[in-house]
Design a protein around this ligand. Sequence first.
Ligand code: GUN
Length: 292
Amino acid sequence: MTILDGKRVASDVIDSVKLATARLGEMANIAPGLAVVIVGNDPASHAYVSSKSKMAKECGFTSVQHTLPEETTQEELAALVQTLNVDETLHGILVQLPLPKHLNSEPIIQSILPGKDVDGLHVVNAGKLATGDLDGGLVSCTPAGAMIFVKRTHCEDLSGLNAVVIGRSNLFGKPMAQLLLNANATVTIAHSRTKNLAEVCRNADILVAAVGRPEMVKADWVKLGATVIDVGINRIAAPERGEGKTRLVGDVAFDEAAKVAGVITPVPGGVGPMTIAMLMANTVIAAYRKAN
Ligand code: GUN
């Protein structure tokens, strides 16, 4: 059994991004620009956004962070996105999700220029992925990162392999399924309404879990030798570490699943670091497209 090291793979991606950024500077005197927008006070979202802004700086990007108060209105947020859309120094815009409950995220996401939509959530980018135009648009960062693990483990072509994705979100499940399908896997999207979920999962050569349920995927859900990609990040109580302590776990019961899997990603240190790396990669791609 192999445990995939997300930090190492992400660091390879970041090295390539730094090289590409340096080249873009020499060729066209352009620094990729990334704007990250966060609304409200969710501590986990603030931590993610800080990591994104920090990594953007480390890559040599122009990094702008807009931190808006919880009571921001739909109109104020929409106006900010318009300002970022027309800012020539910015090549990528990311609005951190989820937004506070009183805001409607969909019109905000769809108002981002598709060429700057480094989250790959605009219908133009989702549509390009769905029609197999992988080079023309921008692909959502977490599935793009998860796919690097899959391709490193198997190969570019997944012909004859069964893939099961648990979760059907626009941010992960749907684009992940499209990427696997584009690589010729036979793909099942499972979700909370799927019957006999364990049985469906046992059929998977590649099992991708993105449900947000701590340690839901047990060893007997995993086919012997399967590749298991865990996209969950759940904080649970860890009384064994002391009173009030918590720890991060994925959607897969790692210790038991690792005994059955051929290859598995840990949490933390698996898919997580890849999300940020692919965000940097998307931003540098968007900047190159603008320069050409
Ligand atoms: N919240 C959790 N993951 C993501 C992501 O990849 N992009 C955005 N915009 N919000 C998120």
